[in-house]
Design a protein around this ligand. Sequence first.
Ligand SMILES: Cc1cc2nc3c(=O)[nH]c(=O)nc-3n(C[C@H](O)[C@H](O)[C@H](O)COP(=O)(O)OP(=O)(O)OC[C@H]3O[C@@H](n4cnc5c(N)ncnc54)[C@H](O)[C@@H]3O)c2cc1C
Length: 381
Amino acid sequence: MGKLNEITVVGASLAGLRAVQALRREGFDGEITLVGAETHAPYNRPPLSKSLLRGDDDDVTLPGAEELGDQWLRGRQAVRLDIGGRTVTLDDGTRLGYDGLVIATGARPRRLDGVHTLRTLEDALALRAELASGHEHVLVIGGGFVGGEVASTARQLGRKVTLVDSAPYPMRAGLGEEAARWLAAHHERNGVELVTNVRVTEVRGHQVRLSDGRSISAGLVVGGMGVVPNTEWLDGSGLAVDDGVLCRPTLFARNTADIVAAGDVARWPHGLYDEAMVRIEHWSNANEQGAVAARNLLAGPEHAQPFLDVPNFATHVHGARIQTAGLPHMADEASIVAGSPEDDRFAVAFTRGGVLVGAVAVNSPKDLIKLKRAIAAREAV
Ligand SMILES: Cc1cc2nc3c(=O)[nH]c(=O)nc-3n(C[C@H](O)[C@H](O)[C@H](O)COP(=O)(O)OP(=O)(O)OC[C@H]3O[C@@H](n4cnc5c(N)ncnc54)[C@H](O)[C@@H]3O)c2cc1C
């Protein structure tokens, strides 16, 4: 592929910003257009369920956002991609040509009528205002990391909290049995009422109906029911999409030589996991992939490098730091390798066929670092 002159980046959040920065760092001196549906400068989402929601922090702007200058179209949405004509059409009819395209449109929360969700700054400010308006009882649907953090923050603010989850223990799929059991007990010790093994069937006003026939009344209902990738604008483009943009190991969209994807929207075969297709919804993934995808776009498919980073993630719940590395859910065995749940400090190693594939650490950051290195090295345990 020849030298690129015009690169369009769609999605102006973490992955999109990191892509633009990497393009400039690599010496790309052509035109970059960054298109973002939101009107804010790119900002950090992790504080939205933590410090910003508590009211401790208002500035969540991502470092580096100031470098964007005027190459940035805010509050504008891409609605169509024409691969053959190499154009992106925006919601106001503008057509942007490109000779390289970065797709970084992220994901949005699953929604239920009458239920607050948390993805954007507006969502967080609205939820913060609701929490401040004195609702005594907060019901959280879904105990994943966003739901767990909202529950934790609401407890810190002195609210009564009920957390409803369809699994026997919140986050069991991502943390494994041992750490998920610990987390459930940790929630309960911190005053969260856990209602597990049930689904929400209906929300009517303040009344939440559950699959076991029970009904719970709460002033504020918040959902953390997972996310779906933002790919509708690619419908009809011919790009392969299935729970995200399907990519090659180098993050080039399948069957293309001029389109890469990065962040929550990208799904690619991970070289550390026998090329299993993965889509990772973590900050560090979007942070690294934005840059790698951009570098690969400049290098072209023949010289591009596979994205092999070990996924990693941290969440903070009632003062505890829970970290994961790799993909624990891919394991066929798990064992505690440091500390113990009774001491609220431990690490779990997850293996598949004897090879380390994942790790979870509770209040044990040093153990997590060691285990993460071992996962990258595909060490046997
Ligand atoms: C409340 C909350 C707390 C979190 N906490 C943590 C945490 O503690 N640790 C962790 O690892 N991760 C956390 N995450 C996840 C992390 O924030 C995401 O993985 C990260 O934001 C993904 O970045 P992204 O750039 O891929 O996508 P996004 O941040 O989703 O950004 C995509 C952007 O593209 C825009 N867009 C979408 N469609 C279009 C279109 N058609 N045209 C133009 N623009 C479009 C969107 O408006 C959005 O601005 C949290 C997320 C949330 C919501």
